[in-house]
Design a protein around this ligand. Sequence first.
Ligand code: FAD
Length: 445
Amino acid sequence: MSFNIAKESGKKRVVVVGGGFGGLKLANELSGSDFQVILVDKNNYHQFPPLIYQVASAGLEPSSISFPFRKIFSKKKKDVYFRMGEARFIYPDRNILQTSIGKVEYDYLILAAGTTSNFFGNKHIEEEAIPMKTLSEAMGLRNALLSNFERSVTCATEQERRELLNIVVVGGGATGVEIAGALAEMKHYVLPKDYPDMDNNLLQIYLIEATDRLLSGMSMDSSRKAAEFLQEMGVNVCLGKKVLDYQDHEVLLEDGTSVPTRTFIWVSGVRANSIGNIPETSIGRGGRIKVDAFNRVEGLPNVFCIGDQCIMLNGDSEYPNGHPQLAQVAIQQGKLLADNLKRMEAGQELKPFRYRNLGSMATVGRNKAVAEFSKVKTQGWFAWFLWLVVHLRSILGVRNKINVLLNWMWSYLTYDRSFRLIVYARKAKEVVEREKREAEVHWGE
Ligand SMILES: Cc1cc2nc3c(=O)[nH]c(=O)nc-3n(C[C@H](O)[C@H](O)[C@H](O)COP(=O)(O)OP(=O)(O)OC[C@H]3O[C@@H](n4cnc5c(N)ncnc54)[C@H](O)[C@@H]3O)c2cc1C
């Protein structure tokens, strides 16, 4: 297997791993420059994680919050090459990246591969829990939820029914709050219509958080308000409860109690995706790659890392312990690094990264959200409206924006969620076999 891309004479080659918020911004900014840009991603599409919970809760279709890379680069940005493959190792002494589809040489390598769910070393939870970090995981969760509802009307025992209708969400960050709120809305507005013969009160949603508050990245005010909104909507908010394990359809807590469930959703933290051969000393908290103020990987002069996958310690005076893992950090780092690469080639001084915090927000349900900006904090309808506008503006593609807007309007007016189909994708035999071969790519191939 090979990349099949000839090096262009006189142009330095920039290989970007990951087309998320950071990698895509950087590739777009370098398009039309004096670099040859190759973007490698394990998926053939860019996804918009802030709305993944709406796909999981049957509010949006996956295609509304994703965009194929080939479409992005097909018109104006033809000079950016896309290859679908998974980055595995780097050989920094030879400027080579090894991927599942072969090796590629680089002049500059940019790692922007983001994060994956963190199970904090608990293999058992990792095998049993349902994560919600990617579009495919969101579809897996949607199928599990809907088939558990179906099963609950036909199952044989009350115990089984309770397990099928209890939903446990672990992790009280923005994602946990948002999915718990969306499920509560499903319980109140959708299930009574779809399942008139089901006792709606049997469906219980638990949001479990180990610390003493939700939304730890926001102010106490917002944390309290989010908990209040969720409780009003009937969610059981359990603070200061640590999950130890999941056995025989029961979530076991440190305080000795347990919650029976067959829908065990894990959104309790992330860990940076790893790329082999990065020196151990360059790996920091949460597996994040340590970078300097220019996003350069410590000890590797032509390798950079941006976004969630990196940690900038002591680089930005306002964030001495690293930046929060948010879309804006990745986007701003991608933009600055593109400028810095051009400066480097022109022999100019590089600019250090300074994060401009544009604010943070989380939505709980219709007319219920919390939002914080440098001088203003708002909660309720206005925060919810701002949340809608900001997210709609950020989704890639006009068609996607229209799709999402129409779906939101439809749901708002009808209290309905449109996409309640249980559909399992089946991979063609040829694809399964190719994936097996690609998984076997080892060092030095
Ligand atoms: C459910 C959810 C909700 C969120 N909500 C918000 C929000 O409301 N606001 C906010 O600011 N942030 C939110 N975030 C965080 C935000 O999505 C991240 O901070 C942001 O996506 C980071 O961008 P990135 O470019 O570093 O990585 P990502 O956007 O994660 O992109 C990484 C890319 O790398 C690819 N990749 C991974 N490994 C490899 C590999 N080995 N080889 C090749 N490609 C690879 C992936 O396919 C992906 O395309 C949310 C995250 C999640 C999961």
